[in-house]
Design a protein around this ligand. Structure first.
Ligand SMILES: *Cc1c(COP(=O)(O)O)cnc(C)c1O
Length: 432
């Protein structure tokens, strides 16, 4: 089977004149895998269709949000009904209270919440709050963890143990970079050293408790618990960035799965049900520092936007229906088992990591446990594999360093077709 992408190619060419790289978010341009990205026209359930009417089984799910599938009739209805009443007032609406309560049902650690418009805004605001709460400037982040595109987070891993970050994007000042300290995921000793070298200067440790932005990686036994104890001892806040893992690895995110309670949590993706939303929240004593109840300024013209809240609220309601997570887990298990079966049959020692409805196939023969091992994956083989899957109508994240997102609308047949395509693609990549 081969794919005709002529309409997509035309749009991509036209787009180059009007948007940097032809896109509004870099990974959509397919730089890591090559070829023309399909331009998407519509979606329904587990499927999306491109401008050439090719149909795909979608495992991108808008990079996480579409956990109930595309254009779910109840979500669409909620958005339509809300839109008919007006789309934004710049004044409080009752649904904002309902969703705040709803978020607390999933995340008991979020006693109070502030809605924003993206995950980036959520993490950016959470560290401002942590800095204000502790009267300290520095933060610790982990190499390979992504927290959106705010300046403080665009700090890459350098070689060796780094005391001062180096900006990994032009435009980030060295002053900002210097306030972001880098640690290695799963290396508690390294974090202890940073605290020792920067006594009473660290406001917060921010982490993807289960990282999904360097591929999907598991926390080592005791690592998150160790961070909890350490931050408490040192008077720093622990921030779990659950923009991706929230509602995904477990209903209550990684904090539920791992039994570790952070001071602050950031959310996004799923809570917007496909519309732009982010949120940060946590213990009341911290959140009361936010304006207007406290002095830490943070605002937003469209924050708590009625449409986004309606879509998010309906999505969270669907997640709470009987059997939702059991059904989703069953499909994800089938997918994992199918992929593992293929690896066994083809005698390929590749790695599969899965938590809930996130699953990642690493082109690596050794376990992937941190940024260093993630970087050793064979990204060339991944790119070839990616194209072979796309040709067979399977839409995967266009990067080795992203997880697949499964939705509740992926049927047995979709999973079977995916496993079959995977076998063919792997056999071709590795010439088996
Ligand atoms: C996607 C993501 C963000 C950024 O969210 P945006 O809505 O893209 O700004 C932050 N943190 C994590 C863990 C993410 O996966």
């Amino acid at each position: 089977m081969s794919l005709t992408l002529s309409n997509s190619r035309e749009w991509m060419e036209r787009a180059q004149d009007w948007m940097p790289g032809g896109v509004n978010s870099p990974v959509r341009a397919y730089k890591a895998v090559g070829g023309t990205p399909p331009w998407i026209k519509r979606g329904k359930g587990a499927y999306i269709w491109d401008e050439d009417e090719n149909q795909y089984i979608d495992y991108v799910g808008s990079w996480g949000p579409m956990i109930v599938g595309h254009a779910h009739p109840e979500v669409v209805e909620a958005i339509q009904q809300t839109a008919a009443l007006g789309t934004s007032y710049g004044a409080p609406t009752s649904n904002e209270v309902r969703i705040a309560q709803k978020i607390n049902e999933f995340f008991p650690s979020i006693e109070m919440v502030r809605l924003v418009n993206s995950g980036t805004e959520a993490t950016m605001s959470a560290i401002r709050l942590a800095r204000a709460a502790t009267k300290r400037d520095k933060i610790i982040k982990f190499s390979g963890c992504y927290h959106g595109h705010a300046d403080s987070f665009l700090i890459a891993a350098g070689s060796g143990a780094m005391t001062f970050g180096v900006p990994s994007s032009p435009g980030v000042t060295s002053g900002t970079a210097a306030d972001t300290l880098l640690a290695e995921y799963n290396d508690l000793e390294g974090v202890k050293e940073l605290f020792a070298q920067n006594a009473s200067q660290i406001a917060a440790v921010i982490i993807e408790p289960i990282p999904g932005n360097m591929g999907l990686i598991a926390p080592a036994d005791g690592f998150l618990q160790g961070l909890r104890t350490l931050t408490e001892q040192e008077g720093a806040l622990l921030i779990f960035d659950e923009v991706m893992t929230g509602f995904r690895v477990a209903p209550g995110g990684a904090q539920e799965l791992c039994g570790v309670e952070p001071d602050l949590t950031t959310l996004g993706k799923v809570i917007g049900g496909g519309l732009p939303v982010g949120a940060y929240g946590g213990k009341r004593k911290w959140m009361e520092l936010i304006a207007p109840s406290g002095p830490v300024y943070q605002a937003g013209t469209l924050s708590g936007n009625p449409l986004a809240v309606a879509a998010g609220m309906k999505t969270l309601e669907l997640l709470q229906r009987d059997g939702f997570y059991e059904g989703l887990e069953a499909q994800c298990q089938k997918l994992e088992e199918g992929l593992r079966g293929n690896l066994k049959e083809l005698d390929l020692p590749l790695q599969i990591n899965r938590f809930g409805s996130m699953i990642c196939l690493f082109f690596s023969e050794q376990p992937v446990v941190d940024f260093a091992t993630a970087k050793q994956t064979d990204t060339k083989a991944f790119a070839t594999y990616f194209q072979l899957m796309l040709e067979q109508g399977i839409f995967l994240p266009a990067s080795q360093f992203e997880a697949l997102f499964v939705s509740a609308s992926h049927s047995d047949e979709d999973i079977a077709r995916t496993v079959e395509a995977n076998k063919k693609a792997l056999a071709q990549v590795f010439q088996k």
